[in-house]
Design a protein around this ligand. Structure first.
Ligand code: TRP
Length: 342
């Protein structure tokens, strides 16, 4: 079962916290699909990290529902369960087992410096649980359980990946060379601004569109989307380089019609193209792109048993790797040591 030297293993995770939206799609999912379709030799695992999502309070049943919905969305967006391993984190209990081991290696001081922890603690003052604090340790287990060396993530996860590498180094130093030091595979996509022009596109800010959102609602949201903030009057020249709507044209117009993107840029600057028309055009392109995804998503969501079957396919593939890793890990640290025949 020797792997060829050039082969990379990719791992990434996404939390089932609700409807995936444009930010998740453009920032993560779309790139996972591109990687899958690229010729480069690698294998990839993508996990729906439900135990991470448990750090946020949710109604009973929501975790399962969101997991199935997310699975439907991932497949609808083009991830192919036959070519990549798509699975649910809690289906492979080795994640939490290795997580505990890493929690005995990670330094409190390092975790205290995590900006995501500080932000989330700030946002959830009434539920600052220990899981929120040790979140990156579980993330280390996610990645290292599969000996992944590349982790496609946004730049907000770079700090977590430093911690992941530190866990690998500490384990290796103490128990012998076992884990690689994974590197982030940063997306080329600049951090997307919300439709309201605020810093981050997120569901909690209500400034994005869900992949499953009805077309009319998407149109309505785009109609009021913030464009170049300096362009106050109708016939002012625009500044596409600072316009979020232009950035979105880059995703939805450019791939089919690169020349049109150039024309939009030029006509925006000369004020020949106004924001209202520009946004309407974006809505048309976006609906063309998202329409088929939305249809596939709805069809998949109507068949939860099939989604569970797909998750089971992923579980089997992931579990096999996880089991082998943990056998080595337990042996190296000296737990559950098999009895020697006398
Ligand atoms: N922390 C990641 C996020 O918030 C999700 C995640 C969990 C993850 N485990 C992972 C990402 C492992 C990459 C690899 O987006």
């Amino acid at each position: 079962m020797a792997e060829s030297m050039a082969k990379h293993r990719i791992f990434s995770g996404i939390q089932p916290t609700g409807e995936p939206h444009l930010g998740n799609y453009l920032g993560a999912i779309r790139q996972w699909v591109e990687q899958q379709d690229a010729a480069a030799p690698h294998d990839a695992l993508y996990s729906i990290v439900d135990y991470h999502a448990l750090t946020i309070e949710m109604d009973t049943g929501a975790l399962d529902r969101h997991t199935l919905d997310l699975m439907a969305s991932l497949v609808a967006c083009g991830l192919d369960p036959a070519r990549v391993t798509l699975f649910r984190q809690s289906d492979v209990p080795e994640h939490t087992e290795l997580g505990w081991i890493f929690s005995c290696l990670a330094a409190m001081g390092d975790l205290q410096r995590m900006t995501q922890f500080k932000d989330k603690a700030e946002q959830n003052r009434d539920n600052i649980n220990v899981g929120l604090f040790t979140y990156p340790v579980l993330q280390a287990a996610d990645i290292l359980l599969y000996h992944a060396d590349l982790v496609p993530v946004g730049d907000d996860q770079v700090q977590h990946l430093e911690l992941v590498r530190e866990c690998a180094r500490r384990f290796n130093r103490r128990f012998g060379e076992t884990f690689p030091e994974p590197q982030p595979l940063l997306s080329k996509v600049p951090r997307l601004k919300g439709l309201d022009g605020s810093a981050k596109m997120s569901k909690s800010k209500g400034n994005t569109v869900a992949l499953s959102e009805p077309p009319e609602q998407i149109r309505a949201k785009l109609k009021v989307a913030v464009t170049d903030p300096a362009r106050l009057r109708r016939n002012d020249p625009g500044h596409p380089e600072v316009c979020n709507v232009f950035t979105l044209h880059g995703f939805f117009t450019a791939p089919h019609d690169p020349a049109r993107l150039g024309a939009i840029e030029r006509d925006c600057r000369s004020a020949a193209l106004g924001c209202v028309d520009c946004k309407k055009e974006l809505a048309d392109r976006m609906l063309e792109h998202l329409g088929p995804i939305r249809e596939r998503q709805a069809a998949l969501r109507a068949r939860p048993d099939d989604l569970r079957d797909l998750l089971e396919v992923g579980r089997r593939k992931a579990a096999e790797i996880a089991r082998a890793t943990m056998e080595t890990v337990r042996e190296r640290i000296g737990v559950r040591v098999p009895r020697r025949p006398r």
